[in-house]
Every structure is written in structure tokens, then in C-alpha cells.
Design a protein around this ligand. Structure first.
Ligand code: SF4
Length: 280
């Protein structure tokens, strides 16, 4: 029997594809066609909640662009002209929402990032996806100062694009603890503004408890104040908590925040006129 995709199943390997993986996503409320550019599980960050098994610090290897284009073409044909959605999507989630650059590490680290954006644009045209299907980039934003990455963002913007820009905490110490990277908040804001100047950008933020202790009021207030300072740049905020078990040892004691915590954080952001979606 063929497998129905579930929210918990974000397997990177579908029907022998190397780069392309379809998932059902709560955030997209349907099918999201993921593109994984980090086959070696390399990222420049090491977020404690990361769900990538075997995550390493580093950069991805070059992409086999011919193979990636072939796989994306095949999957789009199956979804648009075939029976993929009926065969694999659960009832209630039988819609194609987006092509999403995400995967097992930061996608903009790839030397082939722009070439992959060009492939997406070409195939979106071939299948006439126009406004019905989004192109989403999920990013930690660290490479936004690079001109090549900015070219990629322009292409994404021209293809019904959105950037989901990771900001998990509003203090330097919070970022250090959660993302395990040393970063000034001013550089985060600068990268966010670069992204927003090129493409619709939402902040994506993960909140969780450590050893059952939820983030402090200070962390919450600092985050709200940081996001309020960039509210005119962003189209909204996506809040979520850990839905699956983290893969890293340092994430062993993390768990979901309570519904009350999430509602409180959402309300604080909304009080600044910021559009917020939250998922537990
Ligand atoms: S940026 Fe993404 S892939 Fe990289 S460590 Fe964080 S959660 Fe994992």
C-alpha cells in the first residue's frame, strides 16, 4: 500500500528523489514540495531544536543541477497533471501550496542557490503555477549580505515568493543559547531589512521549554520589542513550537511551550499591530 503523508513525516527521501521531498505541512495547510540543497546535513548554525539527524557545521556540496531539475519536473508533473495529491495527501489537505527551499541546512549557503532559483522559475512557467502556488525560502538570514543570495531573492520574489526569516530570540544571549551562533542583533536587523527590501518577508520563530521551564518574561519582552522595531518591514510573524523530537544532544530536554505561553506571546505581538500565526 502506498504511504499517506502525515504532518509528522518529513522524510527527505520520496520515490528515490535525492533533492525533492513532498511533505504535508501545518503551516502551508497542504502539500509543500521541499527542495533539500544540504545533502551532507551541513549548516552554519546549530539550533538546539534542529531536527536534522547528523547535523554538522559547514557548507553543502555542489548540486547536481540536471538531476535536481529532472526530479522537480517529474514531481510537478505528477502533482499538476497526475494523481499525486489524491494518492498521497490526506483528506482536508489536498491542495498544492508551495515549492519550498528548506532542507537539511541553510539553503543560501549553497554555491548553486541562484541556479536552483532559476530552475524553479523555469518550471513554474512550464506548469503555469502563477499565483496559485508560492515559492518559499526558509532561511536563517545569515547570508543576506551576499549579492548572489540577493539575486536569488529577486528571482523568488518574481515567482510568488516569500521568505521565512528565522529570528528565535530578541537578545544576543538568547540567540547564542538557541541558535548556538554569535551574532549581533544589529546584523540580524540589517539582514532582515535586506531580505524585506527584495521579497515579502515574514519572521519565523521557534519557542520551546528547556527542562519544562518556558522562556523568561525578559526574553519574551525583548523579542516583542525587536520585532516591533521592524514591523513595517515584515508581512507578519509565524510562531511555532517543537512538533517533533530534536535530533541534537543539546536539545534532549526541550519540549513544547504551553498554549497559554503561545497565546500570550501572540497577543503581545498583535498589540503592536503585527499579523501573527501560531502553531503548537
Ligand atoms: S538554521 Fe535550520 S538547519 Fe540550521 S541548525 Fe538551525 S534549524 Fe537546523
Amino acid at each position: 500500500m502506498e504511504k499517506i503523508l502525515t504532518i509528522a513525516d518529513h522524510s527527505r527521501y520520496f520515490k528515490n528523489c535525492t533533492y525533492i521531498y513532498p511533505v504535508v505541512s501545518r503551516r502551508s495547510n497542504g502539500i509543500s514540495l521541499g527542495i533539500n540543497l544540504n545533502l551532507n546535513n551541513a549548516c552554519n548554525w546549530r539550533c538546539v531544536y534542529c531536527q536534522v539527524d547528523g547535523l554538522i557545521r559547514g557548507k553543502p556540496n555542489p548540486i547536481d543541477l540536471v538531476k535536481l531539475e529532472f526530479e522537480l519536473d517529474q514531481m510537478l508533473d505528477w502533482i499538476i497533471n497526475g494523481t499525486f495529491i489524491q494518492q498521497f495527501a490526506p483528506i482536508g489537505l489536498r491542495r498544492f501550496n508551495d515549492i519550498c527551499l528548506a532542507g537539511n541546512g541553510e539553503p543560501t549557503l549553497s554555491v548553486d542557490f541562484v541556479a536552483v532559483c532559476e530552475i524553479i522559475a523555469k518550471l513554474r512557467l512550464k506548469y503555469q503555477l502563477a499565483g496559485q502556488v508560492k515559492t518559499i525560502l526558509i532561511t536563517n538570514g545569515s547570508e543576506m549580505h551576499k549579492l548572489k543570495v540577493q539575486s536569488g531573492l529577486r528571482l523568488i520574489a518574481e515567482n510568488n515568493g516569500e521568505v521565512w526569516f528565522k529570528i528565535d530570540r530578541g537578545t544576543q544571549l538568547g540567540v547564542q543559547n538557541v541558535n548556538q551562533v554569535s551574532l549581533s542583533l544589529s546584523s540580524v536587523v540589517q539582514h532582515l531589512k535586506t531580505s524585506a527590501s527584495l521579497c515579502f518577508t515574514q519572521v519565523q520563530s521557534c519557542w520551546f521549554a528547556i527542562g519544562k521551564i518556558e522562556p523568561s518574561l525578559v526574553e519574551v519582552e525583548e523579542f516583542v520589542s525587536l520585532v516591533a522595531s521592524i514591523k513595517s518591514d515584515i508581512s507578519g510573524v509565524l510562531l511555532y513550537s517543537t512538533a517533533r523530537n530534536p535530533a541534537l544532544a543539546e536539545g534532549a530536554t526541550i519540549s513544547q511551550v504551553s498554549e497559554l505561553f503561545m497565546l500570550n506571546l501572540k497577543a503581545k505581538l498583535e498589540s503592536h499591530g503585527i499579523k501573527v500565526k501560531s502553531y503548537l
